[in-house]
Write a protein that binds this ligand. Structure first.
Ligand code: PAF
Length: 281
């Protein structure tokens, strides 16, 4: 079922609840790929009914970002969701989601400041606002987020905890192309040469991971390994290379606990992100 209004979602959810059914929820901005499929399939395997939202959320894009250009194809997305086992696809217009005179903001301080937040100052406020609204509309038992957006996942978990939202947030592993590139709707922006150059993200992280597996703990040296690899790729320009505590997202000088190694790299004009978590226990 494809619906566009909050009212329709609420009515359907109410009917399912009456039957005692559990509900899983996958938020997306559409142009769905295998990464989204893995989230939907996990939701299907763990819940009686699954809702997917497809909404390119204007509030999480900065003024010079790609909101207008972001790829959209609702017909294809709807078929994709149905095929993956979703029961309801919610595709609202911005006017359905936002009152013109809205005054409420949702900000998770601290966690939103570094990494992507340092480069995209309005981004996580917009993500938190829209995700909290969707969680209020869908009222799922479980909601599924990809680990590729590791900072987003940490922020959403904290928001849900701090606001006592009654939902379990479930992180799902990064899905990659055969050659290692993390799946992303933004990969469609890449030319053939850029697509090859984009492999520098996963390659540089693999090198860092190997060095850490071999005992390297100094984050400056680990970052140097990643930086050299990125600098050797003419079409790539690092936006940030960070190693942070995986829970607080604060930078660390030495790897003494579980850390998130996260990078953002411009390949031509396209900004891609990738990461891995290095666990000591
Ligand atoms: O990860 C995304 O695609 C978006 O940030 C989300 C969670 C759907 C909110 O718009």
């Amino acid at each position: 079922m494809l619906v566009n209004t909050i009212k329709e979602v609420r009515e359907q959810v109410k009917a399912w609840r009456k039957e005692g059914l559990s509900i899983g929820y996958v938020p997306t901005m559409g142009f769905l790929h295998e990464g989204h499929k893995s989230l939907i399939e996990k939701a299907v395997s763990e819940n009686d009914r699954v809702v997917v939202s497809v909404f390119v959320n204007p509030t999480q894009f900065g003024p010079n970002e790609d909101f207008e250009d972001y790829p959209r194809d609702i017909e294809k997305d709807y078929a994709f969701c149905t095929e993956a086992g979703a029961n309801l696809v919610f595709n609202p217009e911005p006017e359905e989601m936002y009152f013109p005179d809205k005054c409420t903001t949702v900000n998770v301080e601290g966690l939103s400041k570094g990494l992507c937040g340092a480069k995209r100052p309005v981004h996580f406020g917009g993500v938190c606002l829209v995700v909290s609204k969707f969680l209020n509309i869908v009222t799922p038992d479980r909601a599924y987020f990809g680990e590729k957006d590791a900072q987003q996942l940490a922020i959403i978990k904290r928001m849900v905890r701090d606001l006592s939202i009654d939902v379990e947030i479930i992180g799902c592993p990064i899905v990659r192309e055969n050659d290692g590139l993390a799946k992303s709707s933004r990969n469609t922006y890449l030319s053939e040469d850029e697509r090859k150059a984009a492999l520098v993200l996963s390659r540089s992280l693999k090198k860092a991971n190997e060095a850490m597996e071999n005992g390297l703990r100094c984050t400056k040296e680990i970052k140097n390994i990643i930086e050299s690899e990125i600098n050797a790729e003419p079409l790539a320009k690092a936006d940030y290379i960070e190693i942070v505590d995986s829970e607080t997202l604060q930078p660390v000088e030495s790897v003494e606990k579980n850390v998130l190694v996260a990078i953002a790299v411009f390949i031509g004009k396209t900004r891609l992100i990738d990461n891995f978590t290095f666990r000591l226990n």
